[in-house]
Design a protein around this ligand. Structure first.
Ligand SMILES: Nc1nc2c(c(=O)[nH]1)N[C@H]1C(S)=C(S)[C@@H](COP(=O)(O)OP(=O)(O)OC[C@H]3O[C@@H](n4cnc5c(=O)[nH]c(N)nc54)[C@H](O)[C@@H]3O)O[C@H]1N2
Ligand SMILES: Nc1nc2c(c(=O)[nH]1)N[C@H]1C(S)=C(S)[C@@H](COP(=O)(O)OP(=O)(O)OC[C@H]3O[C@@H](n4cnc5c(=O)[nH]c(N)nc54)[C@H](O)[C@@H]3O)O[C@H]1N2
Ligand code: SF4
Ligand SMILES: [Mo]
Length: 745
């Protein structure tokens, strides 16, 4: 008799990651072997995209060497970069496509898996219409792949709905920079940080999440630069900061309005700059009038004197930089928060000059490049708007279709999951995204995934989300296909291919071209290599804001990267934007934009009186699919802990190491407490890299910023209590010590 289908929980239990995998004999031994070749490429993890040399023997990456000449990191790496090479030969690596049967997954041939996928996508579209199918992409993908995905959705499937995991990451910054400057890129290269007299770091845990940027901050301080940090937690860089502003979660905007208030009240603005290069100043000046330091202090918890002092420090500097990351962007007013910082920089004349400006610290490996060439629901290649008739005509001509065949803008990432939940979208094909762990309100995501009539995943590990798939297509690691990416600085880099995918795994780009063929669209996807895709991307981006036309793989190699825009082959690239005083808006001006205060989407109340914020730790990466499998990383921080201030802990009778249940309006989870003095006493913090009972996203909510559609991961309301017993996941870990092949997820 056939067994009933296995539930995702059972699948996770049986096939979850090998915890703390280290190969027999130890990888470090193996990395001492002489390689056949050293391949100069980049780390696959964060948006710094540090240069690294991979040691390759046969078809395996066996270690790494520093790449000291690469100018961004000069050979330095963080713990994740040092361990990334352990993924290729990992025993969890998917070596065949998998098809779901009543008893779980079985390996399949590529023909079977691809035929099945194409047939199901076609059937769903025939039954429910083109837009009943959605595509998820990811910003760990090289740009060739993200370009290909955008074209695949619009040309092979003809669906409106394609979006990507960067929607959970950078889009508030992108939206704000487009509004202010007409372009979505950090306006400055990181070498500018060394020249600044003041750097304000807002909502960025630089030491753990952009570790190499820490070195830039220290070098800036070495030459007298001052550092101001805005965060509800004293992150490691605060140890050497000149000022720490302990902002209450979700209240950044008030702080930036207050800083500008003091600047204008005390006449510290740069009138000549404002008059010559900007528009909209008068309205913004009017809008900050009510935000005096006392009012702001009440909202934010930052003392009025600190607000005054920080404003003066920033405005009186000849060269000041504001750097920000997800702490300010992961809010339902993420766009306003970024605009608040931009307005401050514009009013003080800090843009378009060496050592001055504002910048988002890009998160994902190809977080910048991945949002430029068409996997965003609202964009076409070259950072063009999908609503712009000229952009549609340009792209259609490159693709060989008519402009009206390009679908209109579709839903963003969270909206796609909501449309799945209400039954509007019936099928999903997802590459490079682990939404079960990374989207807010995980129980809602789980319900949605269970409703899909067809679900296909492209990944190299069986992520928690992939457990829900009908088919899993075994794709490739970054080092298994050649291509380009774009770093936090706006520097376009060359990802070199080091090895072929192992076993029967395939390059991601091959998978999409084969699917397109089976959907009857082969002629639009004739590529034999990612290089051919890149040649088309260059043309497609030509004339757009993110113009890559003048950038070739060879030119990148010769110059250690080329900054876009780079419109012609003899153009040197553009490390710093707006040096001629002109923005990318048609009027050439930088636009001040008025920002309006509103409360967060999950406010604290008598019932849920504590702020909950979420984020990262240095040894884990994103949803953890990759780093939870790597020995030497997972043992540094094996399970999430609840960071809590001694005073709040004492009020609840909690001691360090106690099990604490955290309840939000959605769900509750139980974690061990880590009592630390480095967090506000009204706030708790949980890193989000884990699934199931350890998932911070069971607690978070689905409120989005209305313009950027980013979820409010940084502000939820919760309450806490001592747990009566350790949670199931902890008991399971105790009962079953980590052994190869029997991990818990
Ligand atoms: N080790 C590691 N590095 C990574 C990643 C990773 O997963 N692990 N991921 C990469 C990616 S994709 C990203 S997006 C980046 C993220 O990099 P960061 O944005 O630096 O990291 P987070 O931990 O998400 O949040 C940053 C800080 O915001 C603070 N914060 C919370 N709420 C608020 C608030 O209301 N206001 C302010 N001002 N601050 C607040 C938190 O305390 C935290 O210190 O890191 C990249 N690098
Ligand atoms: N509560 C809370 N939630 C958050 C955040 C937070 O701060 N708090 N941060 C948000 C942010 S900033 C981000 S960026 C998201 C990230 O969330 P996700 O994008 O879901 O996280 P990843 O771990 O990058 O998932 C990517 C999947 O793609 C696979 N993958 C990686 N590279 C490739 C590739 O080249 N090809 C293929 N085929 N697959 C690949 C990995 O194995 C993994 O399974 O999480 C968001 N979620
Ligand atoms: S800082 Fe980022 S890119 Fe550099 S080694 Fe660490 S994870 Fe990799
Ligand atoms: Mo991110």
């Amino acid at each position: 008799m056939a067994e009933p289908p296995l539930s995702p929980e059972v699948l996770t239990e049986r096939f979850g990651p090998h915890p703390a995998y280290t190969p027999p004999g130890g990888w470090l031994n193996e990395s001492r072997h002489l390689p056949d070749q050293l391949v100069k490429t980049h780390c696959c993890f964060c948006g710094q995209q540090c240069g690294i040399q991979l040691k390759v023997r046969g078809n395996r990456v066996i270690g790494f060497e520093p790449w000291e000449e690469f100018p961004f990191n000069h050979g330095m790496l963080c713990p994740k970069g040092v361990k990334r090479y352990l993924q290729g030969g990992h025993p969890d690596r998917l070596l065949d496509p998998l098809l779901r049967t009543s008893q779980g997954f079985r390996p399949a041939t590529w023909d079977e898996a691809l035929d099945f996928t194409a047939r199901r996508l076609r059937e769903v579209q025939e039954n429910y219409g083109k837009d009943s199918v959605a595509i998820y992409g990811g910003a760990s993908l090289i740009s060739e792949k993200s370009y290909l995905l955008g074209k695949f959705a619009r040309v092979a499937l003809g669906t409106r709905h394609i979006d990507y995991n960067g929607r959970l990451c950078m889009v508030s910054a992108g939206t704000a920079y487009k509004l202010a400057f007409g372009v979505d890129r950090s306006p400055l290269p990181w070498s500018d940080i060394l020249k600044a007299q003041v750097v304000l770091v807002a909502g960025a845990n630089v030491a753990e999440c952009a570790p190499i940027t820490t070195d830039y901050l220290w070098r800036c301080r070495d030459t007298g630069g001052k550092l101001i940090v805005v965060d509800p937690r004293m992150t490691p860089i605060c140890r050497n900061a000149d000022m720490y502003l302990p902002v209450r979660p979700g209240t950044d905007l008030a702080l930036y309005l207050g800083l500008l208030h003091v600047v204008l009240r005390d006449g510290l603005e740069r009138r000549d700059f404002i008059g010559k290069y900007t528009t909209g100043f008068a309205q913004v000046a009017e809008s900050v009038r009510a935000w005096d330091p006392r009012t702001v202090a009440e909202k934010t918890g930052v003392p009025p004197e600190s607000i005054e002092r920080a404003a003066h420090l920033f405005a009186k500097a000849e060269r000041a930089i504001a750097l920000h990351a997800r702490g300010v962007e992961h809010q339902s007013k993420g766009v306003e928060n970024c605009l608040g910082l931009i307005n401050l920089c514009l009013a003080t004349g800090n843009i378009g000059r060496e050592g001055a400006g504002c910048a988002m610290i890009t998160g994902q490996g190809n977080g910048q490049g991945g949002r430029e060439h068409g996997q965003k629901c609202d964009q076409l290649p070259g950072q063009r708007s999908i609503n712009d008739p000229e952009a549609r005509a340009h792209t259609a001509a490159i693709w060989g279709i008519s402009p009206d065949e390009i679908p209109q803008a579709g839903y963003s990432a969270v909206e796609i999951m909501e449309a799945i939940h209400r039954g509007e979208i019936k099928a999903l094909l997802s590459a490079c995204f682990n939404p079960l762990v990374s989207l807010p309100e995980a129980n809602f995501t789980k319900e949605a995934l269970e409703k899909l009539e067809f679900f296909g995943v492209v990944d190299f590990f069986l992520s928690e989300t992939a457990h829900f798939a009908d088919v899993v297509l075994a794709g490739s690691l970054q080092e298994e296909e050649e291509g380009i990416g774009c770093t936090a600085e706006g520097r376009v880099i060359h990802i070199r291919k080091a090895v072929d995918p192992p076993g029967n795994a395939k390059g991601d780009s091959w998978i999409y071209c084969e699917l397109a063929k089976r959907l009857g669209k082969a002629k639009y996807f004739p590529y034999q290599s990612t290089r051919e895709i890149y040649e088309e991307l260059r043309q497609a981006s030509r004339g757009g804001h993110a113009d890559y036309f003048g950038i070739t793989y060879e030119k990148i190699d010769q110059n250690m990267g080329v900054f876009w825009p780079c419109p012609t082959l003899d153009h040197p690239g553009t490390p710093r934007l707006f040096e001629d005083g002109r923005s990318f808006h048609s009027d050439g001006k930088h636009h001040f934009v008025v920002t309006e205060w509103r409360e967060s989407g999950d406010p604290v109340s008598a019932e849920f009186p504590i702020y909950l914020t979420t984020g990262r730790v240095v040894s884990q990466y994103l949803s953890g699919t990759q780093t939870r499998r790597i020995g030497g990383l997972v043992d540094q921080y094996p399970n999430p802990r609840l960071e809590i201030h001694p005073r709040l802990a004492e009020q609840h009778g909690i001691k360090d190491g106690d099990w604490v249940t955290i309840a939000s309006r959605r769900a509750e989870i139980t974690l061990q407490a880590m009592v630390v003095k480095t967090i506000r006493p009204d706030t708790v913090f949980i890193p989000y890299h884990w699934p199931g009972g350890r998932s911070a996203n069971r607690l978070t909510h689905r409120t989005l910023d209305p313009r950027s559609k980013i979820p409010e991961f940084k502000v939820s309301a919760c309450r806490i209590r001592i747990a009566s017993a350790p949670p199931d996941w902890a008991q399971a870990q105790l009962a079953k010590p980590a052994a190869p092949g029997k991990g818990t997820a």
